[in-house]
Design a protein around this ligand. Structure first.
Ligand code: CP3
Length: 370
């Protein structure tokens, strides 16, 4: 398989701690319900899974935000819950209600029945990756993704979303042996899933540990981070001579950055509770030495304020990281601008235009002043 050469490599360069002329940006959930054109395609598809399993629709909605905004990366349109669905749990999204599984995993018999799914069941995802990569035609790189083993386990044990994580924490505290078995299977499934996305054309991969932050200190390390590490240890880091960077985002994980710095990934994503200057000093590394790139961390609710306020808040985030590394002959601390979590479905699309313009122009200005 050969694809068109990349025209905008700022995102991949920043992932690898290489200098760029501006701070690259993309938004978690950038393809979604805040865009009227997404809602129109989803209505044609009939359901979320109808949309995600149709290669042409998945390609169309992945490109929609790029038609509107000069973003520096595309992210595969899919969902983290495709993996437990392929394990036979039966995923549906009732309109306005969030995800639901027909079966949950709460006892020994259910864990005994669990296995790494045949990747052929996820063929629609890999076909979408290849189709999107072709449609992008080298415009920007394509990010593939998966849920973390722990975050997937939350949905599998709860049977859907949860406010209090009661079922998954009950299992973790009462039968840690079963919890570890689920997490080991999830880690191996996620590793195969991401490696197959890389083979299909994904140019970077991201692990969403959306619920790592609900764990107690000690349990985060044992039940979330250890299994994210098990995924990363199995990932391909190169394809056709190109480095494939990996990103780990733990929502609410800011207190564990020192420990996450030991993960074999390139980028750490952080939410809005994190001070980027402090994060940079903890994990950003020195010029020429090892370190992690940082991704984040604007509060998505800033996008409900005025264009002037959006610009001010975006500037604050960029300034808190400080002037990124600029010497093209070596590596150093870099920043990828993003939100601290997914964009809200109620976001006015014009707010995103204001944000992208502010990030690109202010981040250029900062480099000129440095
Ligand atoms: O970022 C992107 O544009 C790519 C697509 C993407 C989706 N889900 C599409 C989606 C990505 C990266 C995800 C990841 C995902 N899915 C996560 C991790 C990131 C996070 O937000 O913490 C999680 C926890 C899920 C699980 C999930 N999927 C939930 C809880 C829901 C329902 C809540 C909601 O926002 O509606 C979904 C459905 C979903 N996945 C939608 C989209 C665009 C909306 C559903 C629809 O169109 O009906």
């Amino acid at each position: 398989m050969s694809f068109a050469p990349l025209q905008n490599d700022t995102f991949l360069r920043a992932c690898l701690r290489q200098a760029t002329d501006h701070t690259p940006m993309w938004l978690m959930r950038q393809a979604g319900r805040y865009l009227p054109e997404y809602c129109a395609t989803r209505a044609k598809a009939g359901s979320f899974m109808g949309l995600a399993t149709n290669v042409d629709y998945a390609t169309e909605v992945t490109l929609q935000p790029l038609e509107r905004y000069p973003l520096d990366a595309a992210i595969l349109f899919s969902d983290i819950l495709t993996v437990p669905d392929a394990m036979g749990l039966g995923l549906t999204f009732a309109a306005g209600e969030g995800p639901k599984f027909a079966k949950n995993v709460r006892d020994e018999a259910a864990v005994d029945a669990l296995a790494v799914p045949d990747m052929a069941k996820l063929r629609y995802v890999f076909d979408a990756v290849t189709s999107i990569r072709k449609a992008l035609n080298g415009r920007v790189p394509l990010i593939g993704f998966s849920g973390s083993p722990w975050t997937l386990a939350c949905y599998m044990v709860e049977g859907g979303g949860s406010d209090d994580y009661r079922a998954v924490k009950t299992l973790m505290y009462s039968r840690p042996d079963l919890m570890h078995r689920i997490l080991a299977i999830n880690a191996d499934a996620v590793a195969q899933y991401l490696n197959t996305q890389i083979d299909a054309g994904a140019q970077a991969v991201m692990v969403f540990d959306s619920w790592g932050g609900v764990l107690a200190d000690g349990n985060f390390q044992a039940f979330s981070m250890a299994y994210t590490r098990r995924v990363l240890d199995q990932l391909k880091t190169e394809k056709d001579g190109q480095r494939i960077p990996s990103i780990v985002f733990t929502k609410g994980g800011g207190l564990w950055l020192n420990e996450m710095n030991t993960l074999p990934c390139d980028v750490l994503g952080v939410d809005w509770t994190v001070n980027l200057a402090r994060a940079r000093s903890l994990v950003g590394g020195d010029v020429g030495g090892p370190g992690k790139a940082l991704q984040g961390n604007l509060d998505p609710n800033v996008l409900f304020a005025s264009a002037a306020q959006i610009e001010a808040e975006a500037t604050r985030v960029l300034d808190s990281f400080g002037i990124p590394h600029t010497d093209r002959s070596t590596t150093g601390p870099t920043h990828i601008f993003n939100l601290g979590h997914g964009i809200s479905q109620y976001t006015p699309p014009d707010s995103v235009s204001a944000l992208v313009a502010a990030v690109h122009s202010h981040s250029r200005r900062m480099r000129a002043q440095g």
